[in-house]
Ligand binder design. Structure first.
Ligand code: IMP
Ligand code: MG
Length: 178
């Protein structure tokens, strides 16, 4: 598996530092509240696990699975494959995703969750691929910006694989051009 990686862009120690920093930020920003972390499966999984251990205030955690269909530029929709168990009315929601690329997933989910009556919604992404953006989204909490290349590891997959890499790396082109 490691042989398919061109270069590492976020090491294991970088990831630990990012989770610590973002966990502290959430603990400060939501002091006195009990926010709900909404992780977007499956990519969010290692990130949410490490992040939540660095949050030292009361918080709830729930998960959604969505798939997005990217049509032409700046249009796209999502389908909810697995919904939340939580009634989010009045809650302070933090949507956590592995990476924001076009922004289509995040903008659609934000709209859906607002319609359900969330009190507030903020977005956290481990990685921000700014160059890929097609719709404007406000990502308040960012682990790290990344260049417009296909990355895998620490939850991020290519064709369902590489999620179990403990670091994030750029996949060699020959792997996905087969
Ligand atoms: P978007 O912002 O709606 O384009 O969707 C972001 C989703 O696309 C992420 O949650 C990932 O599942 C996937 N994605 C985007 N870029 C990458 C990448 O470089 N590697 C793996 N998955 C990616
Ligand atoms: Mg995803």
């Amino acid at each position: 598996m490691n042989k398919d990686i061109k270069r590492v862009i976020v090491s294991e120690s970088d990831l630990a530092a990012i989770c610590k920093r973002l966990g502290q930020q959430i603990s400060n920003d939501y002091a006195g509240k009990k926010p709900l972390i909404v992780g977007l499966l499956k990519g969010c999984q290692p990130f949410v696990s490490d992040l939540m251990k660095n949050i030292d205030i009361y918080c709830y955690v729930d998960y959604m699975t969505v798939s997005s269909y990217h049509g032409t530029a700046s249009c796209g929709t999502i389908t909810i494959k697995k919904d939340l168990d939580t009634d989010i009315k009045g809650m302070d929601v933090i949507i956590v995703d592995d990476i924001v690329d076009t922004g289509i997933t995040i903008s659609n989910i934000t709209e859906i969750l607002y319609k359900r009556g969330a009190n507030s919604i903020e977005v956290m992404a481990l990685l921000d691929k700014k160059e890929g953006r097609q719709v404007d989204v406000n990502v308040k909490y960012i682990g790290m910006p990344v260049p417009n290349e296909f990355v895998v590891g620490y939850g991020l997959d290519y064709d369902g694989l590489y999620r179990n890499l403990p670091y994030i790396g750029v996949l060699k082109e020959e792997v996905y051009q087969k």
